[in-house]
Design a protein around this ligand. Structure first.
Ligand SMILES: [Zn+2]
Length: 347
């Protein structure tokens, strides 16, 4: 008697209706970019790595913090202080070593959005797992401009929202919400908290739509609705978007990409008493050389080859990223942060 052949790791997925060897091959040949490796990006990336997406690009500018561990399911206590994209990539390589993972410790910004969607191996799908409106509108602009399907997700408090955008076919984010809310007008995870099961559900629905868009690109079974729910009160709504595409939409109607042409300003990092400064140039920083210079004015360590982090002798926390961005602590004043950058890092 001959032994049955060993089952592929994807067997339980292959036998699903709508899957089979062709779908597996499509997943293996696909590239999904996840922007934001936080509460939504973690469960989404985990599911996509396990599903056999051939290439995953993980874009995140931030470091793992202790308060992330309540919901950001790829990280453990030993990852605190490490760039999220790197920590997530390391974990996902343990999950599935047969896929390619690009960890991109950088901001998704107007300066690099086109390059991320074009010169990188072009993604088949982008997942918006970010937490701020400026980046969300920027991702929407970039995906519509380059005709890349976009799966949008949001979670705050006990509420979640999810929507998939197929440029030229379905409404885009600006058809539905023409303008981003004013700064401070919307609750954030820092001010309203987040019920972790909500982000797990939204991340999972984003992974599901990404898989559908890859397995059945012409007729993905997505529906034309926006899912909204409150997991605490158990209220769910599906908003029909069949007629919501706006011919006058600045983005997908008139193709004016306002957010792609914005200049990047310093960002006050909500709840962290810190300011993030954009990279002053497009050249990568020689972190080892900066570390050597900073040795006389503070205590700094290379966290990885992508970040240098430490404290200046006056107690100011400073993190410098290889792409030139910096996070300056102990202040919410962009001018003070710029002056620290200019003094200690240089422009
Ligand atoms: Zn639109």
């Amino acid at each position: 008697m001959t032994e049955p052949p060993p089952q592929s790791r994807y067997h339980r997925q292959t036998i699903l209706p709508g899957f089979g060897p062709q779908a597996e091959a499509a997943l293996a040949a696909s590239h999904v970019m996840i922007v934001g490796m936080g509460a939504l990006g973690c469960p989404a990336a985990d599911l996509l790595a396990r599903a056999g997406i051939g290439t995953l690009s993980l874009v995140d500018r931030d470091l793992v913090e202790l308060t992330n561990l309540q919901r950001q399911t790829l990280y453990s206590e030993r990852d605190v202080g490490r760039p999220k994209a790197e920590a997530a990539a390391a974990r996902l390589r343990e999950v599935n070593r047969s896929i390619r993972i690009h960890e991109l410790v950088e901001d998704f910004a107007p300066t690099n959005a086109d390059a991320l969607l074009v010169t990188h191996p072009r993604p088949h799908v982008v997942l918006d797992c970010t937490d701020n409106f400026q980046t969300r509108y920027l991702i929407n602009d970039a995906c519509v401009k380059h005709a890349v399907p976009l799966v949008y997700g949001g979670a705050v408090g006990s509420q979640g929202v999810q929507l998939s955008i197929r440029p030229g076919i379905t409404p885009c984010l600006r058809c539905l919400f023409p303008d981003a809310p004013a700064p401070g007008a919307s609750p954030t995870c820092d001010t309203a908290g987040i019920f972790a099961p909500v982000s797990a559900i939204i991340g999972a629905t984003q992974a599901a739509d990404a898989i559908k868009l890859i397995v059945a690109p012409r007729t993905p079974p997505l529906g034309t609705t926006m899912l909204q729910f409150d997991l605490w009160s158990n209220q769910r709504t599906r908003i029909d978007l069949k007629d919501a595409r706006d011919a006058a939409c600045p983005c997908c109607g008139r193709r004016v990409f306002d957010f792609l042409s914005m200049t990047v300003e310093a960002t006050i990092l909500c709840g962290r008493n810190a300011v993030q400064l954009p990279a002053p140039s497009t050249s990568p920083v020689d972190l080892a050389a900066v570390a050597a210079r900073l040795a006389s004015v503070g205590t700094f360590t290379m966290q990885s080859n992508a970040t240098l982090t430490g404290t200046l002798s006056d107690g100011t926390p400073l993190t410098l990223f290889k792409d030139g961005r910096a996070i300056v602590g102990n202040t919410t004043d962009a001018a003070v942060a710029r002056s620290v950058y200019a003094r200690y890092v240089g422009l």
